[in-house]
Ligand binder design. Structure first.
Ligand SMILES: CC(C)(COP(=O)(O)OP(=O)(O)OC[C@H]1O[C@@H](n2cnc3c(N)ncnc32)[C@H](O)[C@@H]1OP(=O)(O)O)[C@@H](O)C(=O)NCCC(=O)NCCS
Length: 160
């Protein structure tokens, strides 16, 4: 009974999650999320330059209008790079990253993109699990890529 209740609550929450294309108005909230995770991949300048740029696709996940996650990728012809994917730490493990990735994969499918690359910190096992779940495979390692200390694992996915 309790399981059923929990399942219904979860379904209700999932129905409230909306994935939208990022806009200029979203940039402040996105940068706050980036900061809260101590991630320095995107900056105001990058986002302002790229949010509407061709060859880029940025999305946000919202619950009741609040931004709880974002993701972005760039692409050249049929090859994409996943630039970043972040979920508000109060909302993790609710499949929000999964929903955003699936949205991105659909975009790839619709736009003839057939390969995606990404790099992830060797210590970031949570993100690696997420990527592996979606059939990304490790293809190489860049030694001391982050701050000349930590290795980057390069992962690749083909076909969406
Ligand atoms: C990585 C991150 C985006 C995952 O977001 P999320 O919404 O919690 O992920 P989901 O709920 O969609 O989980 C999908 C899969 O990811 C993996 N995963 C997510 N959280 C995990 C955890 N705490 N421990 C182990 N695996 C985990 C699991 O494989 C999970 O599938 P499952 O639920 O069927 O086991 C989120 O933890 C985050 O924002 N981390 C900080 C930023 C970051 O490291 N981004 C990636 C590099 S830029």
């Amino acid at each position: 009974m309790q399981d059923l209740h929990r399942q219904k609550e979860w379904q209700k929450k999932m129905n409230n999650i909306v994935i939208e294309k990022m806009t200029f108005e979203d940039i402040n909230a996105v940068l706050s999320l980036e900061k809260s995770h101590n991630i320095h991949i995107l900056s105001r300048r990058i986002l302002e330059d790229e949010v509407y740029a061709p060859n880029h696709y940025y999305i946000v996940a919202k619950i009741n209008g609040k931004i709880v996650g974002y993701a972005g990728m760039s692409f050249v012809i049929d090859i994409a790079d996943l630039l970043s994917i972040v979920v508000d730490s109060s909302y993790t493990r609710q499949k929000i990253a999964s929903l955003m990735l699936e949205n991105i994969f659909n975009y790839c499918k619709e736009n003839g993109i057939c390969e995606m690359l990404l790099e992830v910190r060797a210590s970031n096992v949570v993100a690696q699990n997420l990527y592996k779940k979606y059939n990304f495979e490790e293809i190489s390692v860049r030694k001391k890529y982050y701050d000349n200390i930590e290795d980057a694992i390069i992962m690749k996915k083909v076909a969406f």
